[in-house]
Design a binder for this molecule. Structure first.
Ligand code: FES
Ligand SMILES: [Fe+2]
Length: 389
């Protein structure tokens, strides 16, 4: 969750479902964040309704109280000389705050790894801006959308894009619409994959869109050279829903209000606590067929809803037996292979390499205009811009 969902000590607890587990998060009187089973171990009342007071969350059914470690610290419904409370523990996960978000470790405590070394977890607040939204599909479908740069020139395009490309101020604006059949170059990295998508630019140059997928659900979409970076974290709520955190950061200086505004989810989500976009599955993403004829490729109002209409519209878990993958799906194929391989290895007891190697996350996405004979990873300026020192 966003750290701003728990704004101050002893504020209201927040429900959090993650990996199919129903939890509740609270910020205790010392400002420390607890993430515990949502249901009280006494008779399973929801601790969402609990009293967050004096360094613990107290169930309002019979007053049992738990600290951030999950220890029962008060049991006023039992005789004063009872030691029942000392034996009572609730599931609790260790948390950390970084990059304006709350991170939790849900694995066995003995294997707890360091934080992934993502650049935005270590930058000053002025350079990082996280927002979140809920998607109604499996997290892998959403990752596949994130690492698919080809759809941008279709799904997210406006009918005048090609016409306007001559005067566009960005590399993306100038070249994405002109060559819609990008050639993909995918490399394995310690943390995941590095994707270079090459498009024809001028006679003697290619436009490279450079993106990343990192274990298990982090993405970084292409960007302008030396510009702010857009990262994603597609965190499973359960098999059929996920959180989409969009983390915007500027490695070099404070983010401007205009930079924060690009892809800021907070402006379009429903105010009802569902974290869904106003344009969502229940209203066909507010598709406007007249706008689809005259203005934009989809007629769907914003980029996030356009993406969701595709990934959620497939069904919560798409049956991939019916797919027919083409040459521009190479990044997706590679990501799936790495993810499946890591899952199989984990089953055999082999921990994922990236989990214990935080430095494998010290990377960025990129973008570049290069002479046709220079491969994107061979250019030192590009390499510097996509690597965190
Ligand atoms: S159900 Fe929570 S104290 Fe009884
Ligand atoms: Fe998209």
């Amino acid at each position: 969750m966003l750290a701003s969902e728990l704004p101050q000590p002893d504020c209201a607890p927040v429900r959090s479902r993650i990996f199919g587990e129903d939890l509740v998060a609270f910020r205790n009187s010392d400002g420390v964040i607890g993430l515990i089973d949502q249901f009280c171990p006494h008779r399973r009342a929801s601790l969402f309704f609990g009293r967050n007071e004096e360094c613990g969350l107290r169930c309002v059914y019979h007053g049992w109280k738990f600290d951030v470690e999950g220890q029962c610290v008060d049991m006023p419904s039992e005789p004063a000389d009872s030691n029942f409370k000392d034996k009572m523990q609730i599931t609790a996960y260790p948390t950390r705050e970084a990059g304006g978000m709350v991170w939790a470790y849900l694995g066995p405590r003995v294997l707890m790894p360091p934080m992934p070394g993502l650049e935005y977890t270590e930058l000053p607040e002025s350079q990082v801006y996280p927002t979140k939204i809920r998607y109604e599909s499996n997290f892998v479908q959403v990752i596949e959308g994130e690492i698919d740069t080809v759809h941008v020139a279709f799904l997210h395009s406006r009918l005048a894009d090609l016409e306007n490309s001559a005067t566009a101020g960005t590399l993306a604006g100038r070249y994405t619409a002109r060559d819609r059949a990008a050639r993909f170059h995918v490399q394995d990295t310690d943390g995941g994959i590095l994707i270079g998508a090459e498009r024809n630019a001028e006679e003697d140059s290619y436009y490279w869109r450079i993106s990343r997928w990192l274990f298990p659900f982090f993405t970084m979409i292409p960007r302008e050279p030396m510009g702010p970076v857009s990262g994603g974290a597609l965190v499973p709520i359960d098999d059929e829903n996920c959180w989409f955190f969009r983390i915007k950061w500027n490695p070099y200086k404070a983010l401007t209000p205009a930079e924060r505004a690009v892809n800021d989810f907070s402006g379009t989500i429903l105010p009802d606590g569902s974290w869904l976009n106003q344009a969502n599955k229940s209203n066909d993403y507010l598709i406007d067929r007249e706008a689809q004829r005259t203005k934009s490729y989809t007629g769907i109002p914003d980029g996030r809803a356009q993406d969701a209409a595709m990934t959620d519209g497939m069904g919560a878990i798409v049956d991939r037996n019916h797919e027919h993958l083409g040459s521009t799906d190479q990044a997706i194929i590679r990501m799936r292979r790495r993810l499946i391989q890591a899952a199989r290895e984990l089953e055999e007891g082999v921990e994922p390499y990236a989990a214990s190697h935080p430095e494998s996350y010290k990377v960025r996405s990129g973008g570049a205009l290069l002479p046709r004979d220079v491969f994107f990873t061979d250019d030192p300026t590009v390499w510097d811009d996509i690597t965190v020192k």
